[in-house]
Design a protein around this ligand. Structure first.
Ligand code: C5P
Length: 315
């Protein structure tokens, strides 16, 4: 792992990955997006984003998946920093370091977590003191999944997924994430979902997206078995259509004792819920032996949203 040196005055923010416990997708809208009803849970895989003043825009990548992320000016962290700078009339350029531990293009919103972290880090660096609602509005302009990593915990998402509401939930859940070799493009998965629906008679048969009572009950009671049964993702058929191996992976995990298995977001990461930390270890061993995925990551959820971990202001 190459770690870039820390510049003086650096602010570092940590932001979590997410899993969609439930993802219901409505018909395609006129603007190309889909109305969603989803339940997010923040899980203990984190990226760290560090920002410091620098004489040009620069992105440096470090960490587990550093080789897989673009470091050009179109990286969402640069767009996040520029959006904030523009909004508040700040004429500065930054060096931004991403320590990447969230699987890339995996449906765990790693890029969105980085953008959320960059917003919070710049807010701290520039002393803007924005509240969470202001940051969340800016986050929604960067992508549908960017507001959630700011909030963390469990939340219900509607609209494009960017309108968040709290969810009554208790308990800690144990996850195994099976990471694939190659990412899946989110627009491609939504387009495949539309294509499959078209083949089945079109959008007229697609119900308005709504989170199930089973999901809300499972979270309210903190019941992992119920939650395992309630896991659901409307994008799963599309992900399976583009990557038939994912179905085999999901089925294998369930056969090996997971309480439930579901493609995370637009995939290709498959999330498995287990009963305990020990059960997660056992499942990881079985899945590793079956050799059906590139990498296995264990995590627990829910965890907190993006937060500052290093700041010269706090020194
Ligand atoms: O908002 P974001 O840039 O993350 O969305 C990426 C792509 O995913 C969109 O261009 C669209 O194709 C698809 N999408 C969608 N409906 C949503 C969220 C994303 O169709 N609610």
């Amino acid at each position: 792992m190459t770690v870039a040196p820390t510049l003086p005055g650096t602010v570092t923010v940590r932001a979590p990955a997410k899993v969609n416990l439930e993802l219901r997708v409505g018909p395609r809208r006129a603007d190309g997006y889909h109305d969603l009803a989803t339940v997010f849970q923040a899980v203990s895989l984190h990226d760290e984003v560090s920002v410091a003043r620098w004489d040009d825009w620069q992105v440096v990548a470090a960490g587990t998946y550093a080789d897989l992320i673009p470091t050009g000016p179109d990286n969402l962290v640069v767009r996040a920093a520029q959006l904030l700078a523009q909004r508040y009339g700040i004429d500065e350029t930054l060096s931004i370091r991403i320590d990447k531990d969230i699987p890339v293009a995996g449906g765990m919103a790693g890029g969105s977590a980085d953008a959320a972290a960059a917003l919070l880090a710049c807010d701290e660096l520039w002393g803007l003191g924005l509240d969470r609602d202001e940051l969340s509005d800016l986050a929604a302009q960067l992508g549908s999944d960017v507001p959630f990593p700011l909030a963390g915990g469990n939340a219900m998402g509607s609209g494009r997924g960017e309108q968040l509401a709290p969810v009554l939930a208790r308990g800690t859940f144990h996850w195994v994430f099976a990471v694939s070799d190659q990412g899946l493009s989110t627009p491609a998965v939504y387009a495949e979902c539309d294509r499959l629906r078209e083949a089945e008679g079109g959008d007229a048969s697609v119900p308005e997206p709504r989170v199930s009572a089973e999901m809300m009950g499972a979270l309210r009671r903190g019941d992992a078995r119920e939650l395992g049964r309630a896991l659901h993702n409307d994008l799963e058929p599309a992900a399976f259509s583009l990557r038939p191996d994912l179905r085999e992976l999901r089925d294998a995990g369930v056969e090996f004792g997971a309480l439930g298995g579901v493609v995370s977001g637009s995939g290709p990461t498959v999330a498995f819920l287990t009963e305990s930390h020990e059960a997660s270890l056992d499942l990881s061993v079985s899945l590793a032996a079956a050799d059906l995925c590139r990498d296995l990551r264990r995590a627990k959820g829910p965890v907190h949203g993006a937060h500052v971990i290093t700041s010269p202001r706090g020194d």
